[in-house]
Ligand binder design. Structure first.
Ligand SMILES: [Zn+2]
Ligand SMILES: [Zn+2]
Length: 260
């Protein structure tokens, strides 16, 4: 059964299409579970930083209404879930949870696009590259700290760090991350958008370690347009890549959906 818990909407400013178009495309492709996980608003404690690639807080109500409406309307064709993709920023996470709680979301996925708190000087965009061992170590400890909150259903593109450093160190840190995820039954996402757009992820080195560790794996379309759900070609290519590693993606029923 094909499912996808990683779908964006136009509200994040870098995705296109109406919510309904995503649902229609998913139904036509035979996807049985569609989770919306748009980029969550963040509450930066400064006024001189504005983050353009996420939903503004005032759009959240409309997002919830729209997705819950479609969930009811299409209940015979597809199971729809309402979620958010978010970074774990230690300085603001409490405020984020406080904000989303009243909306009764189904789940959160962690997409750690930055190390640090995004707005501060220590922050760095994870796929940007040219970062060595300290950066990788910070990424791994920030992700684990975030998972410790118990709020996340899975880790989106856990392999976004564009690393340049000793391969031994990479293996050591990634094994630490994979072992934590396995111990706490938190799946790792093999990102289909990264595959399609030839980003620095999915990283074969990372997935070799995940295969050795035996991590629960999910495929995520990371759809930023309804077109991404209209064909299963990329999905099937990713299944093939995982097969070579001996990884069989988890069934939807085996994923522990954590209510934030
Ligand atoms: Zn995005
Ligand atoms: Zn995403």
């Amino acid at each position: 059964m094909i499912y996808n818990l990683h779908t964006h909407t136009y509200r994040c400013n870098h995705a296109v299409g109406s919510d309904r178009e995503y649902v229609e495309a998913a139904v036509k492709s035979g996807i049985k579970v569609l989770g919306f996980a748009d980029h969550c608003p963040q509450f930066f404690p400064v006024t001189d930083y504005y983050s353009h690639f996420r939903m503004r807080p005032e759009l959240c109500e409309d997002y919830v209404k729209s997705v819950r409406g479609l969930q009811k309307e299409y209940e015979r064709d597809i199971k729809i879930l309402l979620g958010f993709e978010t970074e774990y920023y230690p300085q603001m996470f409490h405020r984020l949870i406080e904000f989303i709680e009243p909306f009764d979301f189904d789940y959160l996925i962690m997409g750690q696009h930055f190390v640090g708190n995004e707005y501060d000087e220590q922050s760095y965009y994870t796929p940007r590259g040219d970062r060595g061992e300290n950066f990788l170590a910070s990424y791994v400890s920030q992700v684990i700290e975030g998972l410790e909150t118990g709020k996340f259903t899975y880790i989106a593109h856990p392999d976004t760090v564009n690393y340049s450093g000793s391969p031994d160190f990479y293996r050591q840190k990634i094994r630490e991350l994979c072992e934590y995820a396995k111990k706490h039954d938190i799946p790792l996402e093999y990102n289909i958008l990264g595959h399609t757009n030839r980003k620095c992820y999915p990283n074969p080195e990372f997935w070799n370690i995940a295969a050795e560790t035996g991590n629960k794996t999910v495929l995520g379309f990371d759809a930023h347009s309804p077109e991404a759900l209209k064909t299963l070609d990329a999905y099937n290519e990713c299944i093939g890549e995982l097969e070579k590693l001996g990884i069989i993606p988890a069934e939807f029923e085996d994923i522990n959906i954590v209510k934030p």
